[in-house]
Design a protein around this ligand. Sequence first.
Ligand code: ADP
Ligand code: MG
Length: 255
Amino acid sequence: ADAPPPVLVVDRATVRFAGLTALDGVSFTVAPGTVHALIGPNGAGKSTCFNVLSGVRRTASGSVRFGDAELTALPPHRIAALGVARTFQNIVLTRGTVADNLMLGRHTLTRAGYAATALRLPGAVREQRRHRERAREIAEFTGLGARFDTPVDLLPYGDRKRVELARALCMEPELLLLDEPVAGLNTAERAAMAETVTAVRDALGLSVLIVEHDTGLIMRIADAVTVLDFGRVIADGTPAQVRNDPAVIAAYLGT
Ligand code: ADP
Ligand code: MG
């Protein structure tokens, strides 16, 4: 059978900072229902790539297609509303409980206007209740069920990382961008997070694009890997293919 069309097509994306080309004609595609890793040494351009995909950073040239939509000219909230959700390398949570943070993730899906919600009009109240139920399901799915009403300030770091993931899932995305989801986690927490990421793919059917320094973990859970170095794609394929690629080995050894 023909392969299904990709969810994401990055085509010759270029980003320049003063005196530096952070992304230099980067192209890759993400297939539906896969975990796709973006790896590479420090400064390779991984976060810049995520910033382009989420609308935080503009390209000098190139295109990013998500389904039928061209993302490069859209602001972050429009990209999020289309179904691309992200987490950040450094945790960005608001004050309040886990539930409060997850309800913020539902915000892009709320149809009732802000005034109707603030005034607690009946339709808006029903809608908020449905969002809260869904937020609770997602909390359970991500291992935060028992923490739903806990202030995020009181959570250990590993759970805070999960809140970020859960909040992104609350946007009901089709593509989830995870920037270093296991950074700072201990071995047990890493394994649990890896399991959650593959469950996002297998149980929710999402595509996950993941930037992660833990290449061992990536090789275990990714279906496809794109390797960046100095803003260029130096390898692209299955974990087995890229692992033995001489250019990848050289890039990681810094030669
Ligand atoms: P990675 O996430 O792979 O470590 P980044 O995308 O953060 O890499 O950075 C790619 C390159 O762009 C690096 O050389 C970095 O110093 C540079 N860079 C990133 N952000 C900026 C910025 N806001 N201004 C100038 N240079 C930047
Ligand atoms: Mg980075």
